[in-house]
Design a protein around this ligand. Sequence first.
Ligand code: ZN
Length: 225
Amino acid sequence: MIDKLLEQNKAWATLRVAEDPDFFKRQLGGQKPHVLWIGCSDSRVPAEQVLGCGPGELFIHRNVANIVAYNDINIASVIQYAVHHLKIPDVIVCGHYGCGGVAAACNDKLVEGYIGDWLMICGTARRTVEDRLAREGKELPHDDYLRLVVEENVRSQVKHLANLTVVRRAWEHNPRMPRLHGWAYDIATGLISVLVDGRQPADGKAKHPPLRGPHQPTRMKKAKR
Ligand code: ZN
């Protein structure tokens, strides 16, 4: 398998140069990606392929069940670099139907080790969906229920994103950047559904709560006088 991958790499690089002799020279000039993609590690959801993008277009973070965890310095540093240094205007959290991580989080059987601890973060989405179904007196086939949890998990992770200090700091400078999007990719069709549409903020002003606490910047304090 490894030999095959290295052969495929050579063939890919050769083809790129044949199609466009300056392709790799341009890559040396630096990156200006348009999008930060936060997706699941699942091999069936390769960000570049499903969006028809190539090298240099997407800044990517993937983990099990596309989770934005508050105490994860890995994702926080990715977001900080994407938003504050690369000035990426759009951040997409993309979940996918058929997500094994979400399915495991919805299983009453305890998942051992790190994976179980990590998937506890999906518990909010699970509870939200189960509470809603109970209120409505609905009982769905298991796959349909899992699809709802996948969608709710995306919404929940977009909310986490909106609460991160690095994102709220960016909104102090420009309330419209970054725009946050929540998507669900369907591995059965290859198509994406928009769950949270960052292109259409519900309210152009006062959308984001100001930061509170000891890190409140001087600029905001002055405005209150
Ligand atoms: Zn997944």
